[in-house]
Design a protein. Structure first.
Length: 303
């Protein structure tokens, strides 16, 4: 039996998740470490390797059993050259050839991609979109991330920004950090939803409480998530008409609102998408949860 495994690293602004996948695509071990100080690239390389070595030892694996390492990053990546273009929460990594740098230090092939693309790859290969040729995977949290799978592969586009549906303008609204205005992310990111939640249900309301209340049938909470789902569905209707995905997967922290959010997205697409498409596209909740980023990163080695 082959002992080859694949390592996945999901780099976040607060924590970095690390995992090992076996040849069958099973996540056999995982851990996380704080991302503090990761603007120091040498510190990053040392801490992540230490964590990977600990996981290997726990699984009775040698470093030589790691066939390759994939990494998901919170920003755009030149996947052809393995270069970080920019990162949202970690300074001093702009235009940095991370893949080659880590490859020299670790003695392994290192593959990079955007974290939302990693989530999409995981859900397409092993999760809610398994078997679909074309899929859109959306992660809802602080912002709106998305990965587009076409013909079974991540679509990056010529500028490595393919699938950025969070920056579809849906209104003549506020300025966005991307340089545009009225972007979907400004209306359905965590901070925007929280403002509406506190306006509806009081200043002490949190998104976690609002999600729990919606699942229990609270009318105000259901209204909050219904309206949020409608805005997401409005934007996704245009994507459905343009890209014709077979499956749309909804993940991220906001998706914990459950059925009321997913149903609102689904019904809005049914109202606004082309009739030939709206009866075919399936809207599903992500299956792999918080492990999707790590799993997808590891799958980059075999992508």
């Amino acid at each position: 039996m082959s002992r080859s495994h694949y390592a996945g690293i999901d780099v976040g602004g607060t924590f970095t998740k690390i995992g090992l996948l076996d040849q069958r695509g099973r996540l056999v071990a995982k851990d996380q470490i704080p991302s503090d100080g990761f603007s120091d690239k040498k510190l990053f390389a040392a801490h992540v390797k230490d964590a990977l070595v600990r996981l290997c030892r726990a699984q009775r694996l040698r470093w030589s059993d790691i066939e390759g390492i994939g990494m998901g990053l919170p920003g755009p990546v030149d996947t052809d050259r393995g270069v970080v273009l920019s990162l949202t929460n970690i300074r001093k990594w702009e235009r940095f050839p991370l893949s080659a740098s880590l490859g020299r230090v670790w003695g392994k092939s290192v593959f990079l991609d955007n974290d939302a693309n990693c989530m999409a790859l995981a859900e397409a290969r092993l999760g809610a979109a398994r078997g679909a040729c074309t899929a859109l995977c959306v992660t809802l949290g602080t912002g709106v991330g998305a990965g587009l799978i076409i013909e079974g592969r991540i679509y990056h586009g010529p500028f490595f920004l393919g699938g950025e549906i969070g920056h579809i303008p849906i209104a003549r609204g506020p300025q966005c950090a991307c340089g545009g205005a009225g972007c979907l992310e400004r209306y359905v990111g965590n901070s925007a939803i929280l403002r509406r939640a506190q306006s509806l249900m009081g200043p002490k309301m949190t998104l976690e409480k609002a999600s729990a209340l919606a699942r229990r049938g609270d009318p105000q909470a259901r209204r909050l998530w219904q309206e949020t789902g409608e805005m997401i569905g409005w934007a996704l209707s245009g994507v459905v008409n343009t890209v014709t995905p077979q499956v749309i997967v909804i993940g991220g922290g906001v998706a914990k609102a459950g059925g009321v959010l997913i149903n609102a997205i689904r019904e809005t697409i049914r109202r606004h998408a082309m009739k030939q498409m709206k009866v075919r596209v399936r809207v599903k909740r992500a299956l792999l949860g918080n492990d999707a980023g790590v799993i997808g990163a590891a799958l980059l080695v075999k992508a």
